[in-house]
Design a protein around this ligand. Sequence first.
Ligand code: PEP
Ligand code: MG
Length: 612
Amino acid sequence: MSSTLDRPAGNASRLTGVGPEEQLGETSPRDVLDIPHASDAPKSHSEAHVNTAARSTITGIGVSHGLAHAVVVHMPSPIAEPAAGVRLGPREDHATQAARIPVAVRQVTADLERAAAQSSGDTADVLAATATIAADPTLVADAERRVNEEHLVPERAVWEAADEVVAQFVALGGHFAERAADIHDIRNRIIAALTNRPAPGVPDHPEPFILVAQDLAPSTTAGLDPARVLGIVTDGAGPTSHTAIVANAKGIPAVVAANGATALLTAGSFALVNGSTGIVVLSPTDSEVATAKSLSELIRTFDGVGQTKDGHRVQLLANIADPDEAPLAAESGAEGVGLFRSEFAFLGKEQPPTIAEQVVEYRKVFHAFSGRKVVIRTLDSGADKPLPFLTSGEEENPALGVRGLRTAKEWPELLEEQLTAIAHAAAAEDADVWVMAPMVSTVPETEDFVAACQRHGLNQAGVMIEVPSAALLAGPILARASFASIGTNDLTQYAMAADRLLGSLADLSDPWQPAVLQLISTTCKGGAQQSRPVGVCGEAASHTALATVLVGLGVSSLSMTPRALPDVAAALASVTYEQCREMAMLALTAETAVDARASVRARLPHLAEMGL
Ligand code: PEP
Ligand code: MG
């Protein structure tokens, strides 16, 4: 084990490693750390509780492991559209009201310039550019006119003036149209200044902090700077929401579905966030903080070989979204990539990327994993990953709509182009490239996809098992496909009929649910029948105790955010294959998720002692 303590300025600290109980100081480790690992902690939403008696704690679901101690900062509520039709009274001083607008704009511009000066790189450039746009007099002049002539309240006048600017920019198209989001951002900042509210977006706090929010938009989480945001606590958000996934990938300790967090964790107080157990301690004692910090002295590393104590091999692979993450993932010891979420190349674009653009992105990953296996997933759009050029706004139930591989039926040319790009990129590099389709539901869909891959010379063609029908049909599906990878995030969502984005359904959105485990077991049996490998690439793969269950069920590879690899490797190395099978049987025969987790945990108490 090597040692890492990421200790930013002031009192704040992120504690990135955990170690054995023997290392602890006087505080009981159970107070701080050793209740079950990450999403292995008690998951029932009703179990999330606020205890304000002896020691203020909130229990939610730990979705991104690690410890952080810092000041609490709240995410401001989003700016809502000011009511139309609210006008200034005839006796109000319209000129004075209008004059508040340039004052607010000057404040916004100055704030942005200051933030730009305190930042560096791309962030500084974006902030400086936004400040320049904010300083443009057109929007101010139009908003002032609307106050003076149409008697609108200033915030409504700003809203309408910004709409006008956006409409003009969109009509101009191209580079101008892309600025629409910046205008909306500036509009919201001006309205916040006019109404004495904090500026929208992630607060600009001088010290690193714990961000507390009702929920975070995935785009907000994606933009978080781990050097500033040391921990995340949300009242809502589900354990397999993209917010949770992104926090995990960025290495920001996070607790979601922490019922009451926004009320109890007051801004300016200090909190200790345990992203492993899901416990958040408000105003922790010095001894608790010291204990947590001492645990950070030990951090595990992964030697690149995943196996049980008695040598049963389990491939431990990395999940990747942004191709620029690939070199770091390759250094983590991952034996390959088990899930390359290729939609990254498509997100935020007005049009699908060209074949040439895709080749550039895919080659980055294949190059970083030269000589190793890379499983690239074809475009998974729709529902929680909407794409403007593909996703229809008319579906009433997008999660059950045209998403994943289903988009290829409507837009076959997109799949063709993507397979062409993958084949070109694979030919140019030395990775062992496997391709899989998301959201496969039937045998004919499998046949069509495998045939399409083969036409492009891509012979390792597999499917993701995310829909219960595919799990139940794993035998015939794997008679056609070369491999299967179980997407437990979606499989849980569809098996339990529980929206993965909803924190209020966290007790259902739990891969420990015996019904989900039975579907995984059925998939593994189908794989064994056809001698095809079955892996797991959902968040469940990164949960230590659950990993032993998955291996016991017959899963041969686990793919996860790279930073989870050392802990999962350590958990597997601590048990025999026979024990994994025993854990699988225990979990599979439990009647509830809580019982499944508890009985496995009770049989493997050493995991908690190892801080896993
Ligand atoms: C899954 O559903 O488990 C999965 C890995 O895919 P995503 O989270 O990208 O939907
Ligand atoms: Mg999925």
